[in-house]
Ligand binder design. Structure first.
Ligand code: SF4
Length: 342
């Protein structure tokens, strides 16, 4: 069982102490066996312990910077939401294929933002602009927000904030099962709680540091009992020996554990494994022993929206995957919606 995340080292930006959450976190970490340092800005977090890049990367992933979100212009977040709402960046997980390795580059430490009121005010403006249309905010574009929320409770605050809003909806996805503090949040059905799941093989070999499949499924059942709309992202769908059996058994376990009521309104998002050349390089640097198959010659190229070629599965493989997932999901969850396969 993966324990809830506790950082080894925490940096505080001085202005963070002007906010109630900054003070609360300072007190919390002072009472724990955690080293606390001050920094004028997260960019100064340079001298992380470690003799080489490999160790520094690992230490960074257990380092937390408590600071302020300065840019309050939100990125767009298609197709699942209109905007990405920034409460944190970085993640303590060690998924070999994680896209944060390329997007966060040399700064893989975790940051949490304490100026939540300012972030909510910015969200309010985005909602006003689109009203009476509903505006959806995605809270997990740059982090696994649930993985850190047992410490900050920012997500809980956001769930209740959007619960009170007329035109806002919140969604996020997680690979962590530490959800207990979110179960009594007054969500009013306006947050879709999604779990990222995979079969036992993929979780065992490529997702160290995250909750195991049965833990995620048990957490999803708790979330369903708490009345949240629920969803699953199956990503990355990865072809390995026995993948069919692995994924079918994953979906069967899910069907056995979820309460009947929750199965009526489930969403599934299906994302096949893909990589780019720069991502391959950084994966091989951070996880040199990985078994992840990254052979361009076995894949098909697809032009990505960031102006770079992606390597995806061949058309025939994609068709096989789609068939297995669509058939099994329709059989086990007849009223669920499959939002997309990509
Ligand atoms: Fe990346 Fe998600 Fe794994 Fe964290 S849990 S390392 S964000 S893929």
């Amino acid at each position: 069982m993966v324990k809830p995340f506790v950082p080894q080292l925490v940096y505080f930006e001085p202005k963070a102490m002007d906010y109630p959450l900054g003070k609360t976190l300072y007190k919390k970490f002072s009472n724990m066996d955690v080293e606390i340092r001050e920094t004028t800005s997260h960019n100064q977090v340079r001298n992380l312990p470690g003799d080489n890049d490999f160790q520094k990367y690992r230490n960074a992933k257990s380092t937390l910077v408590v600071g302020l979100r300065k840019t309050l212009k939100f990125d767009t977040s298609k197709p699942s939401a209109e905007y990405a709402i920034p409460f944190a960046t970085g993640c303590m997980g060690h998924c070999h294929y994680c896209y944060l390795q390329t997007t966060m580059g040399s700064k893989p430490y975790i940051r949490t933002y304490v100026n939540t009121e300012e972030i909510f005010d910015a969200a309010e403006e985005y909602m006003k602009e689109r009203a009476p249309e509903i505006t959806r905010f995605e809270a997990s574009c740059t982090s696994d927000i649930v993985g850190i929320d047992h410490l900050t409770h920012t997500l809980k605050e956001a769930i209740e904030y959007f619960g009170r809003s007329d035109h806002g909806r919140l969604r996020f996805v997680t690979k962590f099962a530490h959800v207990d503090h979110l179960l009594d949040a007054d969500h009013r059905g306006k947050t879709r709680f999604r779990f990222s799941i995979n079969d036992d093989y993929v979780i065992k070999f490529f997702e160290p540091g995250t909750s195991r499949l049965h833990e995620r499924i048990e957490a999803a059942a708790k979330v369903a009992h708490a009345g949240y709309p629920l969803g699953f992202i199956i990503a990355p769908i990865y072809l390995h020996e026995g993948w069919r059996e692995g994924y079918i058994s994953m979906l069967e376990k899910l069907a056995e554990t979820l309460p009947a009521e929750a199965k009526k309104d489930l969403t599934f998002e299906l994302i096949q494994h893909r990589f780019t050349k720069p991502a391959k390089k950084v994966i091989q640097k951070n996880y040199p022993m990985t078994k992840l198959e990254l052979d361009e010659s076995k894949r098909k190229t697809k032009w990505g929206r960031y102006g770079i070629w992606k390597y995806v599965y061949t058309d025939q493989e994609q068709e096989e995957m789609k068939q297995v997932f669509v058939e099994t999901i329709k059989k086990l969850f007849p009223t669920a919606s499959i939002e997309y396969f990509t």
